[in-house]
Design a binder for this molecule. Structure first.
Ligand SMILES: *Cc1c(COP(=O)(O)O)cnc(C)c1O
Length: 370
């Protein structure tokens, strides 16, 4: 028996015909950039996410960069980011010339800890970027309160949490402007790169539309220095097809995660994913934390089970951020997660049988431990 970390087989089997139809339609129409397919998907995405505007862009990193540019965040500004995140959240801040200011996560949700944000706010702080990591929406009530008190923007990084909620409100609908990714492995993934900016503000929406298309609204009339970052017609059409099954696939993820939670309860030193009582989790990733992480990963690999680590090196210890001068020990919670987390296989179409197999192997691994 083999269980890969991730497989698209099930999704693509179900959606094969529809994806092929979309491809053929666009090939026949011969219109590939900024057309009706994109408008349609933007409308569908906005509706499902309960936001007024959704603007398709090239990828998730661009979505965040363009969102920050639309807010006019630039050199001299500071943006609060989580210490525990994928580096893209930090890079977006750096790309616009601002400085990422890391804040440690809550030890159970792994998301930014709202109680630690305020002491990092300075005169230069312009925004907070909550990242809904692993599929769980951040504590947006507390974060919104802080942002309001200090007159800061909120820019959500919703790359990992399509359809997750906090207080019944959708992730990606809290911020002044937000970004998400349709990288293939995300819960809503394209067949290539893709991203989206969401907002309820007409002015910001208009700015994003201009920024994604060379800074022009009228062709050859460039009013700002923009980007070439557009969600192309093919990807928009594929995503429209995928979106029709997102709820179903998400429910499938939740069901599998619940099975893992039940089977792995009280096994060894494992810390299982925890969901805040006001949040819903869509389990983009199912990380378990254990001091035996590397040994367990090697053991599972030998047994035919694929796992990944999200993420082995936190941004503050990356070479790319050496100019900020951080060292080991500066963000101990982020480092603890990086050193002890292991992501188990979880994707639509994974069977309960597969989950049982993975859990059985994990249990036998811990039999030899204290
Ligand atoms: C994937 C991801 C991004 C970047 O998305 P891309 O489409 O790969 O550029 C940003 N933030 C987080 C948290 C992500 O997981």
């Amino acid at each position: 028996m083999k269980v890969p970390y991730l497989s698209f087989d099930h999704q693509h089997k179900i959606l094969h015909k529809q994806l092929e139809t979309a491809f053929k339609r666009i090939l026949k129409n011969g219109w590939f950039i900024l057309g009706n397919e994109l408008v349609k998907f933007e409308q569908s995405y906005a509706k499902i996410n309960k936001v007024k505007y959704a603007i398709g862009v090239g990828n998730g990193l661009d979505a965040l960069v363009i969102a920050l540019r639309a807010l006019n965040i630039k050199e001299g500004a500071e943006v609060i980011v989580p210490s525990n995140t994928y580096i893209a959240s930090w890079l977006a801040v750096s790309i616009v010339g601002a400085t990422p200011i890391p804040v440690e996560p809550n030890e159970k949700t792994y998301n930014i800890n709202p109680a630690l944000i305020e002491k990092h706010i300075t005169k230069a702080t312009k925004a907070i970027m909550p990242v809904h990591l692993y599929g769980q929406c951040c504590e947006m009530d507390a974060i919104a309160k802080i942002a309001k008190k200090h007159k800061l923007f909120i820019v959500e990084d919703n790359a990992q949490a399509h359809l997750s909620t906090f207080n019944k409100k959708m992730a990606g609908s809290f911020g002044h402007i937000n970004g998400t990714s349709f990288y293939p492995g995300k819960n809503l993934g394209a067949l290539g790169d893709g991203g989206m900016v969401t907002t309820n503000d007409e002015v910001f929406a208009d700015k994003v539309k201009i920024l994604r298309n060379y800074g022009s609204k009228v062709k050859y009339n460039n009013i700002v220095k923009g980007f070439n970052s557009r969600l192309d017609e093919l990807q928009a059409a594929f995503l429209e097809v995928k979106l029709s099954k997102l709820r179903k696939f998400t429910d499938n993820r939740i069901q599998l995660a619940k099975h893992y939670l039940k089977e792995l309860k009280d096994i060894g030193d494992i810390q299982l994913p925890y969901t805040h009582p006001k949040a819903t989790h869509v389990y983009h990733i199912f990380p378990i934390l254990t001091q035996y992480r590397n040994e367990l990963q090697a053991y599972l690999l030998k047994e035919g089970i694929g796992t990944l680590i999200h993420y082995p090196i936190p941004p503050h210890l990356q070479l790319a951020y050496k100019e900020l001068g951080y060292k080991k020990g500066d963000f101990p919670i982020a480092e603890w997660i990086a050193n002890s987390s292991l992501s188990l296989p979880l994707y639509p179409g994974l069977s309960i049988n597969d989950v049982n197999f993975v859990c059985r192997k994990i249990k036998s691994f811990y039999k030899g431990k204290k």
